[in-house]
Ligand binder design. Sequence first.
Ligand SMILES: [Zn+2]
Length: 752
Amino acid sequence: MAVESFIPLSESKITIEKPVKAKPKIEELTTIEKPGNIQEQEEPEKTKKQKNRVEKPKAMAKEEKSEKTIKDIILIVTEKPQAALKIASALSDTARKYSENNVPFYELERNGKRIVVASAVGHLFNLTYVKGQTGWPIFNLEWVPSYESKSAGFTKNYYMLLKKLGRRAKEVIISTDYDNEGELIGWNVLRFIIGEKTAKRMKYSTLTKPELEKSYENPMQTLDWGQAYAGETRHKIDWLYGINLSRALMSAIKLAGSFKILSIGRVQGPTLKIIVDLDKEIENFKSQPYWQIFAIVDKTELKHVKDIFDKKELKEFENIKKGVAETTEKEEHYEPPHPFDLTTLQRESYAHLKLSPSRTLQVAQSLYLDGIISYPRTSSQKIPKEIEPKKIIEKLSKQFKETKIATRVNPVEGEKSDPAHPSIFPTGEFKNLQDDEEKLYNLIVKRFLACFSPNAEGIAKRIQLISENNKKFTANGLTITEKGWTQVYPTTFEEKQIPTIQGQVDIDKIRFEEKETQPPKRYTPASLITLLEKKNLGTKATRSAIVDTLFDRGYLDGKSIQATSLGIKLIEALEKYSPIIIDENLTRDVEEKTEELLNMKSGWDKKEEETVFQVKRLITDISKEFKVNEKAIGIQILAGVQDGREQQKEQNTLMPCAKCNIGNLQIRFSKKSRRSFVGCSNYPQCAAVYSLPPNAMIKKTDKKSERNLPILIALRKGKRPWEFEFDPNWKPDPNYKKDKEESQEQSKENIK
Ligand SMILES: [Zn+2]
């Protein structure tokens, strides 16, 4: 028996019978990984000492001296500042840190060569449409610096620094994360900022000194063009879909006489349809009664092998008194679970730690940047010898006593592999961690150690009872004889003792239990990304963000994965008038074409052109179909918008207003001050108003406090959600110092 079938927890399949442990909480569904977030970082010891010395980097100093730029440095470009720090410290013990306009970079010498390590900060370029195109469909797009849009203004200093350093580079090494996105980030820096066609490429899976040194000494001679073009193709396709479908929806709504910003992405449409379909199945579900029947022999309950749906059949069981029993025993071996690929990590982290898939990816990314785990965006379930796992286990033994159990020579591995990276594994390096980081790190270490731990062994016992009128009952037991890997990794392995019953027996009692068939369970964030993976929709790196985006756009409800009426009406309208938009086969086809680029040896540019052209043609077809029924689509979506507004009002209502005794207190959002507050529905007649924490999205939960007051939840990007009681009678304690953030926020407002 495979271990998965014994421990459904770990490889939770999306079965309808399986009870789902807990509903996801809002906070688990709305944490958004913000790409390009600058991580806080510490300077290495050595640079701290030199901090006070004012010293100009050599590269810069020279530039000022002579007009003509001397190309004298090797420039290494990373994806994030933290990676630059790691690479610089790995390549030299005496790397110096500089910063220009708050952007750090590092200078060092190695084998007599002067190296500068600088970073992007995620994507420095975005696709946008060439100005002057109105209506839809539009197809002309171009890369522009991200800093041109306000929200990414902070990327300008990175851009400028790379430009400056690029002029001095006699050689460039791209050292971004090794995947499609990373390759594209590097390629864009190379062609648009530095003005080079290609560069060497450092490939690594961990930010550890040995691997980084090795990767620097043995770089690839060119970019990984398959990845670069796959990245660019996907961006172009998503952009074309995104802008055109959004314009289509908005134009439809306008035609129906209203205005609302709506958009739907290439993968989001089909994903939303999957959710709406399940919602409908649940709604239309008619529950049916059925019976489970148990025979009791010597205080042991044996269950009839079939559930009974026809009540009349129950009669056949009423007078059962005797039967023949047989007890058999069988040795069972339970292999450890396979190593973590990203989806499995997200699923397990949700099951054991209650972290949402996107939060898990965010935390894993930070552990990777700390150098303590390998690159998390991987599909691999393999542990290659090259990572020297035994050395890692040796290092881990200082902190994890479970290493003693990890004695298996060759690890257990899964089916899937990934050409770019191995499975997710700990590097054996340490850092003090807290909260989610610590919990997720421990889970990753334990999973890794479990792969090297012996099988669990057990004896499965089974009693089979055949009654005198030929009805079959069974009972199953399990005794664990060797705990093996179950001492290392959390499982729901359960022992159950049953007696041995043989031969002719008296049946003491027949017990009937009436039950009702249950509707299918709604998706959890974890089961939904598992399903998307199975259907090959989206990519390992984007699936959790797809789910988040559907929430952000109001298509899904915040408490469990359930479509809002806007989401339902949107899907209904598209199903009726433009089913092609939500056809999962089409988007999967695009995904597969993009994947093909990865395996090609040449001709990537042609393939990209072809794929993008195909998408343009598809969008042209969509537009023809859509425009015929535009108004009808608009009217239907608008109905969803209005339903949604009503629902939202209801959801935001907290309690009757004690000031006017007419209205209700509701959570509101002020566009002016950009923050939530509580106001009265009877406004402007009643001016009751209460402030709420700033810089957060505030939502009502289902919970009430001990004082029977509503519990609200504050969601902040990148922070843990925070629950609090809403008390309209709360008065600030005059002696208590105001919350720092709150007072800052207010002083900002005063300035305005
Ligand atoms: Zn009022």
